[in-house]
Write a protein that binds this ligand. Structure first.
Ligand SMILES: [Zn+2]
Ligand SMILES: [Zn+2]
Length: 400
């Protein structure tokens, strides 16, 4: 079957599966769970995809709520769709949780894409893979999956997220999380202060040093921290104090340079106070997203085919960090953000966003997202030369 015909057939199949895909979004939305504890959501997704004949590994890579489901041929093009299904705390939903980042939508879209492709399987050679990736909002388990080599046999990765704008050229900052802990000597703060070594002073001097550093970093850099332990009582010289920082930059190269300076601020504070410094990375380190222009061209075309052509092309504007950045370093990744047609714009993590994350408008974009991912994947399954070009560019990009 020709590509054009196959794409049309995929639209038809997606239309037939509409209800099923919306049900996935509903279920995950109505059962919000914190990152790493997505037991109900992951089991639901695994049960659902098993019904379609996918082979499932669950739990996966020693992570309780991660899974891998696949169907198709070994030694052929292997395309993975990355599901997310963790919710956020601090909302009015069940257990005070809510899908204010719309990960219910991601789960439904990626599973939906796999279901549609599985029904077209006789028309192409290749493997369809759905990987369940827990705790995007916190631990970022994709980092663990990357380290475990999960993507070594994957050729291409797709994922879409709801955001404020349509964007196929997303940016995410590289990020390290560092905790500085200082050990001093406790003493009576009034009668024997000269006997004490003040660990809290070291924390304050670390902040002072970092604040001075801000003037001398490039504008992409973000350094933000909290005091995680500031002592016990005002009449005791604090012998333990600590602070936590996120340090971010546009790419890891710059981050490494800035991070060393941040660590030196803490070392300076150690020297100034006579305390003892230890430091550790308290969460996974995230890498910046590497985009692939060939994948972007494919996605741009297939989004236009479903009526989405107004794309944000510039990489300017606010951004954070995400664990799909790490995936993009080891595997060509097409990460796309789709906007909901709502006015005024409501952004993810806002309370108001809960009214939209599983709305009719979200469903409309969900079906477009599935169709665009499926048709993009079909192009790659059917054209080995195209895959080769994508990989060639990826190798060039990671060596920059
Ligand atoms: Zn989020
Ligand atoms: Zn999110």
């Amino acid at each position: 079957m020709e590509l054009r015909e196959l794409k049309n057939l995929s639209y038809k199949i997606e239309d037939e599966l509409r209800k099923e895909i919306e049900e996935v979004s509903d279920f995950i939305f109505n059962n919000p769970e914190l990152g790493g504890q997505e037991y109900i959501s992951s089991k639901y997704l695994v049960d659902k995809i098993s019904q379609y004949g996918f082979n499932v590994e669950y739990p996966y890579c020693n992570i309780d709520t991660a899974f891998r489901a696949e169907i198709g041929d070994n030694e052929e093009t292997s395309i993975a769709f990355l599901a997310e299904y963790d919710a956020l705390p601090g909302y009015d939903g069940p257990n005070g949780l809510g899908h204010a980042c719309g990960h219910n939508w991601i789960a439904a879209g990626t599973l939906g894409a796999c279901l549609v492709l599985s029904k077209l399987k006789k028309y192409f050679k290749g493997k369809i893979v759905l990987i369940g990736t827990p705790a995007e909002e916190t631990i970022g388990y994709k980092c663990n999956l990357v380290k475990a080599g999960v993507f070594n046999d994957i050729d291409i990765v797709f994922q879409m997220h709801i955001e404020a704008f349509n964007n196929i050229n997303c940016k995410a900052l590289a990020m390290d999380s560092i905790e500085f802990s200082f050990k001093g000597v406790a003493a009576h703060a009034a009668s024997h202060p000269h006997m004490g070594v003040n660990a809290l002073d070291a924390v304050q001097l670390t902040f002072a040093g970092i604040n001075a550093l801000r003037q001398h970093v490039t504008s992409d850099v973000r350094i933000h921290g909290i005091v995680s332990n500031g002592g016990e009582a005002p009449n005791i010289v604090p012998d333990r104090a600590s602070c936590k920082f996120y340090v971010r930059a546009e790419d890891r190269k710059n981050l490494e340079v800035v991070k060393e300076k941040v660590i030196n601020c803490a070392k300076g504070a150690e020297l100034m106070t006579g305390s003892q410094l230890t430091y550790r990375y308290f969460e996974n380190s995230f890498d910046n997203i590497i985009n692939n222009s060939i994948l972007q061209d494919i996605m741009r075309k297939n989004l236009a085919n479903v009526g989405i052509s107004e794309l944000l092309e510039s990489q300017d504007g606010p951004t954070g960090s995400t664990d799909i950045g790490n995936v993009s370093q080891v595997c060509p990744t097409m990460y796309t953000e789709l906007a909901l047609d709502i006015c005024p714009i409501v952004r993810v993590h806002e309370k108001e966003f809960l009214n939209y994350a599983n709305s009719l408008e979200a469903y409309d974009k969900l079906h477009k997202s599935v169709k665009a991912m499926v048709t993009s994947a079909l192009e790659i399954y059917l054209d080995k030369k195209l895959l080769k070009e994508i990989k060639k560019e990826h190798i060039k990009n990671i060596s920059l």
